[in-house]
Design a protein around this ligand. Structure first.
Ligand code: PBG
Length: 337
């Protein structure tokens, strides 16, 4: 029925408060429900044994060695969380981030260990990028362009493809390129297919913005750029139409799931992408969003738990099908009662 017709007469015939009186009635008409099935838990994995380094601006989050990571992944699975995403902190960094595409790299080892120890009943997603692996902290290899030092897009594509194939060889189910290089999805899709991994899916960080909200992550992943910033590859927060172009291109290149990142300040982008394309949309509730909630809760200024549920529900209401969030374990525990 048309909206104007349904609400003809208005007040006092129509009283929207009627459906808000009884708590069970509110349950019945609730439109959006957060579910453990929506959640992806991120982990930071580093070399060593029995390492569990707290990440100061992200209370409850740690850099973990592989042996310490396994129980967390098991716990995530027990709570019903379907997927984890891995970020690697390598032993050594170099100009081209060579540990990122080594079959004995930290992420490759972690993927194999998870599949061995936890089994195949968990989706393992790997972040495919260079910023954690390069000495300069940029998301690709550097080159010179008209006197400017910048990430060389096309040389980076070859290495991204190598990295993705190496993750797939280790057993990754989904690879998630996050570097915002032009053509990265096509380069990775082609390389995966050639290597016989046509069933490995691509979750593209399609609309990824330059954001102050990544601050804590760069501490967690030890990936802060050593000079300059990421404005020549990540998107300007002022742009919305451009996100649609980014998503369209990534889908055309073969992305299976497209991501909007960060989430909270970009709910309009999530909404537009979902409406425009009707494909699976992921949203990344990033480190700074997590830090903000914890900081305000620690100060006693806001109820951290209520904020968390409200934020995640809003991200889902905006159109996200899956949410990458550091709150995943806590939220899953809560949803399980
Ligand atoms: C880049 C990458 C970043 C995040 C995920 N992948 C940071 C960046 O672009 O600097 C941020 C995630 C977060 O803030 O939680 N490989």
């Amino acid at each position: 029925m048309h909206r104007a017709l349904a609400e003809r007469g208005g007040f006092p015939t129509v009283r929207l408060r009627r459906l808000r009186q009884h708590p069970r009635l509110r349950d019945l008409v609730r439109e959006t429900r957060l579910s453990v099935d929506d959640l992806v838990m991120p982990f930071f994995v580093r070399p060593g044994r029995r390492v569990r380094n707290p990440i100061a601006p992200m209370p409850g989050q740690y850099q973990l060695s592989i042996d310490a990571l396994i129980p967390y992944v098991r716990k995530a699975r027990q709570l019903g969380i379907p997927a984890v995403i891995l970020f690697g902190i390598p032993e050594h960094k170099d100009e081209v981030g060579s540990e990122s595409y080594s079959d004995s790299g930290i992420v490759q080892q972690a993927v194999r260990a998870i599949k061995d120890a936890v089994g195949d009943d968990v989706v393992v997603i790997t972040d495919v990028c260079f910023c954690e692996y390069t000495s300069h902290g940029h998301c690709g290899v550097l080159g010179q362009d008209r006197g400017r030092t910048d990430v060389d897009n096309d040389r980076t594509l070859d290495l991204l493809a190598r990295q993705a194939v190496s993750h797939a060889r280790a057993g990754a189910d989904v690879v998630a390129p996050s570097g915002m290089m032009d053509g990265m999805v096509r380069a990775i899709r082609t390389a995966l297919d050639e290597a016989g991994f046509e069933q490995v899916a691509i979750l593209s960080y399609a609309a990824k913005y330059v954001s102050a909200f990544y601050g804590p992550f760069r501490e967690a992943a030890e990936s802060a750029p050593q000079f300059g910033d990421r404005r020549s590859y990540q998107m300007d927060p002022a742009n919305g139409d451009e996100a649609i172009r980014e998503v369209a291109l990534d889908l055309e290149e073969g992305a299976d799931i497209v991501m909007v990142k960060p989430a909270l300040a970009y709910l309009d982008i999530i909404w537009r992408v979902k409406r425009e394309f009707g494909v699976p949309v992921a949203a990344y509730n990033v480190s700074g969003e997590y830090a903000m909630v914890h900081a305000a809760a620690q100060a006693g200024w806001l109820d951290g738990w209520r904020m968390t549920l409200e934020i995640l529900t809003s991200i889902k209401r905006a159109g996200a099908d899956l949410i990458l969030t550091y709150h995943a374990l806590d939220v899953a525990q809560h949803l399980n009662g």
